[in-house]
Design a protein around this ligand. Structure first.
Ligand SMILES: Cc1cc2nc3c(=O)[nH]c(=O)nc-3n(C[C@H](O)[C@H](O)[C@H](O)COP(=O)(O)OP(=O)(O)OC[C@H]3O[C@@H](n4cnc5c(N)ncnc54)[C@H](O)[C@@H]3O)c2cc1C
Length: 441
């Protein structure tokens, strides 16, 4: 079942030329196109299915600095400001609110980890509050129990996954950019050693710059261009409940289950980190690089099935530019829900917050979360294809940092001072045999 999503109607025809073509209208693609359009560039955003219909509408909506890896924290901090300024300057509502994020625990080990992160965060000017038992139990009073401790990050927040990407798409159109849905990019053309056009199922767009913000499809697209981008995905299943009586928290994480208020007043219920690893040709290809990450998460990951092969996003097939590609066969990646996870999540949520038992389950869905081997996104121009910028592998954190990523890409394209240091994100780190440090949190 697809996750709830506001449909945005766009009736643009195919542009024959553009200053920049953005491929994929998830949260990263829409913010990239938005910041490029704001700078006066003629932008074409093309999406094989619907704006926001893959990962960007299937997530919890957390926009957090809390527990972020040091390499990603600057982008997370900038993104929180950008979520706010986007609303002010565009008049569009993404549902973003700095409601603060609450983490509760009974584990000394977990609490010690959060305290270590708090100490590190202080050194870069980010504040977060460790809670002792009485503070944690008070903040988490909806759970009606005593907690050993917790942490509250007051400057973090949530946006609404159902409406955020569509809101940004509307803002792009207001700025004169075009958004074309049901249009897959099949490949690119090169001229004089650099990118000269993007070939789509509906025709060719002349351009010198293409940004691939294709989420879980990015590696297979790169493969067509001779670019080796190590990427793997895990299938995560979650559910939503409708609004109702009782005061449920805005955003609460516990090791057993997490709860987040949605834009419609309902809540999303999920188990952090839990997912299935489906067998695909691409997963096998990059297995060695991803082994350290999967080993770290072995408690919460379990083997999946053939769902990934059916979906086609991790195929190693080579495709032709004049024939339908796997992306046109799968307009919206909508993988099968893991029923046992949904049941477990709901049972744990009711146990944690009995009020949830009085609410109606409104939907359940699954999403493929695309990752890089070190858990940090790949953002940057690929040296072997001048003019081609990769922006994928957001490793389960891309919704919150979508604005910062989009801004950084616009900075790279327009050769402006980058909003954050781009070096930690550059995909060239995957060329070496050392894969860097796997993200701590
Ligand atoms: C269950 C779940 C919970 C999560 N929770 C959080 C959270 O709380 N906070 C957080 O920050 N992140 C979270 N994430 C991760 C977050 O959703 C992703 O990192 C983020 O949405 C990635 O955005 P994206 O734009 O890169 O990719 P996507 O949203 O997947 O968008 C990629 C788009 O590209 C399109 N596309 C691909 N190839 C082509 C092509 N060739 N031509 C045209 N279009 C193409 C696809 O159709 C798709 O619409 C979660 C993810 C899941 C699944």
């Amino acid at each position: 079942m697809p996750a709830p999503l506001t449909l945005v109607e766009t009736d643009a025809g195919l542009q024959r030329s553009a200053d920049a073509v953005v491929i994929g209208a998830g949260i990263v693609g829409v913010f990239t196109a938005y910041y490029l359009a704001k700078r006066g560039l003629k932008v074409a955003l093309i999406e094989k299915g619907r704006v926001g219909a893959e990962q960007s509408s299937r997530n919890w909506g957390w926009c957090r600095q809390q527990n972020r890896d040091a390499r990603e924290l600057p982008m997370a901090t900038k993104s929180l400001d950008l979520w706010e300024s986007f609303a002010e300057e565009s008049g569009e509502d993404t549902g973003f609110r700095r409601c603060g994020l609450l983490y509760l625990s009974d584990s000394e080990e977990e609490l010690a980890g959060w305290a270590r992160w708090r100490d590190f965060a202080r050194t870069v000017g980010v504040s977060t509050h460790m809670l002792d038992s009485s503070e944690a139990s008070e903040r988490g009073k909806a759970t009606r129990r005593i907690w050993k401790g917790g942490v509250f990050s007051p400057t973090d927040g949530t946006a609404d996954p159902a409406s955020a990407a569509p809101a940004v798409a509307r803002a792009i159109v207001k700025l004169g950019g075009t958004v074309l849905q049901n249009c897959a990019a099949r490949g690119i053309e090169m001229e004089g050693g650099r990118l000269s056009a993007v070939v789509t199922e509906h025709g060719t767009i002349r351009t010198k710059i293409a940004i691939l913000s294709g989420g879980a499809w990015a590696s297979s697209f790169c493969r067509q261009l001779g670019i080796r981008f190590p990427q793997a995905s895990t299938r995560s299943s979650i559910l939503s409940i409708g609004p109702g009586e009782g005061d449920l928290p805005d955003a609460l994480h516990t090791a057993r289950v997490s709860v987040t208020r949605r834009g419609d007043g309902g809540h999303t219920l999920a188990i952090s980190g839990r997912g299935r690893v489906d067998v695909t040709a691409q997963n096998m290809r990059f297995a060695t690089q991803f082994l350290p990450m999967f080993m770290r998460r072995w408690r919460s990951l379990s083997p999946g099935g053939l769902e990934g092969i059916r979906s086609g996003h991790e195929s190693l097939a080579r495709w032709r530019l004049d024939r339908p590609t796997p992306m046109e066969h799968m307009r919206i990646l909508d993988p099968a829900v893991d029923a046992s996870t949904i049941k477990l999540t709901y049972d744990r949520a009711v146990e944690l917050l009995p009020e949830i038992g009085k609410r109606r389950i409104t939907a359940s869905w699954a999403g493929y979360i695309d990752s890089t081997p070190d858990g940090v996104p790949a953002i940057g121009e690929v040296a072997s294809v001048p003019g081609f910028i990769l922006a994928a592998g957001f490793s389960g954190h891309g919704f919150g940092i979508g604005p910062g990523a989009g801004h950084l890409i616009a900075d790279i394209v327009t050769a402006s001072t980058p909003i954050v240091d781009p070096v930690p994100y550059h995909p060239k780190r995957f060329e070496s045999s050392s894969w860097g440090k796997v993200a701590d949190f």
